[in-house]
Write a protein of this length. Structure first.
Length: 241
């Protein structure tokens, strides 16, 4: 599953460009591992659009209300939907694997210490009839500005509930077929790490890069996965005004 939300958080966490009312841009990415695909490496394009104020965020990634938006600490209420776009509709392997659109509400919080160290945590739950699952994550990271680029390195782990995993990685008896056996999931803990880079090219624009890795070993037996990991690389441009 493409880690689009990491891209969105990266854009929103870029202070020089998040201050504008509008942010637009796009990313080109490649992905290895994760869901079964026709090719070992999958390429894709991710557009980006957002409108931000001191307290509100509206974008293709969802909605946010910043309860706290200080220099060192932030806390936001979020709402988002995957619109039911979970599996690759062009891949015959996923025929008959339709999913209802979910609606998740959650919390996102960060705290930055002096010297570049920060901690971050998220929690969300589906409040629709799609699956009712939940996730929670915790991460620690370090950010620094070099002469031409800002770099952020982070790592942590994400808890995903049984209901969430069955929706994304499970196969029901009615969905089973030759080459795709029935599979029931359990709760999982998925370690992850990322490196984010921001190259300013003007007062309002920046080239953004992201390398991301997630260990899927806890759900690696799912027949929907071609590997027990997911790795991706993105590069793109964002502009705020």
């Amino acid at each position: 599953m493409k880690n689009i939300y990491v891209i969105m958080l990266l854009c929103a966490a870029t202070p020089s460009y998040a201050e504008g009312n509008f942010t637009v841009g796009g990313f080109v990415g490649i992905e290895d591992g994760g869901y079964v695909s026709d090719d070992n490496t999958t390429a894709f394009i991710v557009p980006y659009f957002a409108y931000d104020t001191e307290h509100f965020h509206i974008g293709i990634d969802g909605l946010g209300y910043h309860v706290l938006n200080g220099d060192n600490a932030s806390l936001s209420l979020t709402a988002a939907s995957n619109l039911g776009l979970v599996f690759d509709e062009d891949n015959d392997f996923f025929d008959g694997m339709e999913r209802e659109a979910d609606l998740t509400i959650g919390l996102e919080g960060t705290y930055a210490f002096d010297g570049g160290l920060f901690i971050a945590a998220t929690a969300d739950k589906d409040i629709s009839d799609a699956h009712g699952g939940m996730t929670a994550s915790a991460a620690i990271g370090y950010e620094t500005d070099l002469s031409l680029v800002g770099i952020t390195v982070s790592g942590g782990a994400k808890y995903t509930s049984e209901q969430h995993n069955q929706y994304y990685y499970g196969v029901s008896q009615t969905e089973a077929r030759s080459g795709r056996q029935a599979f029931e999931t359990k709760d999982a803990v998925l370690p992850f790490a990322s490196i984010e880079m921001v190259f300013p090219v003007s007062d309002n624009g920046a080239i953004v890069g992201l390398l991301d890795y997630t260990d899927l070993s806890d759900i690696g037996d799912s027949p929907l996965l071609e590997a027990d990991y997911e790795a991706s690389a993105h590069i793109g441009f964002i502009y705020s005004f």
